[in-house]
Design a protein around this ligand. Structure first.
Ligand code: ADP
Ligand code: MG
Length: 257
């Protein structure tokens, strides 16, 4: 018998407020290793804040984030949570790739340099090892011919594929995507979704905030619908997208499908 594996990501009771606005109101979520969770919901429902809590870019006011069974951002001592030193938080973050709507590439660095910088600085890779990995990853996202180009000479879709390669270069065990195709011209969306589909097929654990319902239907293991700081409903795409049980999910889907 194999022991029951715990979910790679476990969120318990995550709360976050900005001033008087409680943006996250007690979110629980599990994501198993190798699964793709698509997080959907109206603008302002708290999706980005939740994603940012997972790698402690936002500090939750309450609740716990565990990745691989390890508490993120905190250590528990005497029954209380104490925030880890920044160096430890950075080390935890290194294992969690994040891709944003706006690609955030370094404009003064070539594609190759964008991909090798963090592995050399943070993981201590030699230049030759980092470059070998970068060449592999850039080939995988279809950008082998662009290694020496600068970001400004690339299309948005190409830049986002570099950003994905840069995330993968850190050998993350989890990838977070925050509306990775929302800033792209429609004809460039497909090439980025194709890369993400390939990652999912290779078994990468992913949490993807997206409005691309076709992608969610086809690739997601689970879809979670968020509304006003809570996950209202969660299930496999064939259930949640086809026969949502909650009125708010139905209302949202009628606008985006
Ligand atoms: P979504 O990604 O679903 O659109 P967000 O998590 O970005 O939602 O935002 C949820 C709510 O929190 C919004 O009302 C937003 O204005 C607010 N918010 C997000 N970040 C901050 C911040 N740093 N300071 C104040 N309010 C914020
Ligand atoms: Mg957002």
């Amino acid at each position: 018998m194999t022991p029951t594996e715990q979910p790679l990501v476990q969120l318990r009771g995550i709360r976050k407020r900005f001033g008087s606005h409680e943006v996250l109101r007690g979110v629980d979520l599990d994501v198993d290793t190798g699964q793709v969770l698509c997080l959907v919901g109206a603008s302002g429902s708290g999706k980005s804040t939740l994603l940012r809590c997972i790698n402690h870019l936002e500090r939750p006011d309450a609740g716990r984030v565990l990745v691989g069974g390890e508490l993120v951002g905190y250590v528990e001592r005497d029954g209380r949570l104490h925030e880890l030193p920044e160096s430890r938080i950075r080390a935890q973050r290194a294992g969690i790739g994040m891709v944003f709507q706006h690609f955030n590439l370094f404009p003064h660095l070539t594609v190759l340099e964008n991909v090798v910088t963090a592995p050399m600085r943070v993981l201590g890779y030699s230049r030759s090892a980092a470059e070998a990995t970068a060449h592999d990853l850039l080939a995988r996202v279809g950008l082998a011919p662009k290694v020496d180009a600068y970001p400004r000479s690339l299309s948005g879709g190409q830049q986002q594929r570099v950003a994905i390669a840069r995330g993968l270069a850190m050998r993350p065990r989890l990838m977070l995507f925050d509306e990775p195709t929302s800033a792209l011209d429609p004809e460039l969306v497909g090439e980025v979704l194709d890369v993400m589909r390939g990652l999912a097929a290779d078994g990468m654990t992913m949490i993807v905030v997206t409005h691309e319902m076709g992608f969610a239907r086809e690739v997601a293991s689970q879809v979670a619908f968020m509304s006003e700081g809570l996950i209202v409903e969660q299930g496999p795409p064939q259930d949640l997208l086809v026969a949502p049980r909650h009125e708010r999910t139905r209302a949202f889907l009628s606008k985006v499908l």
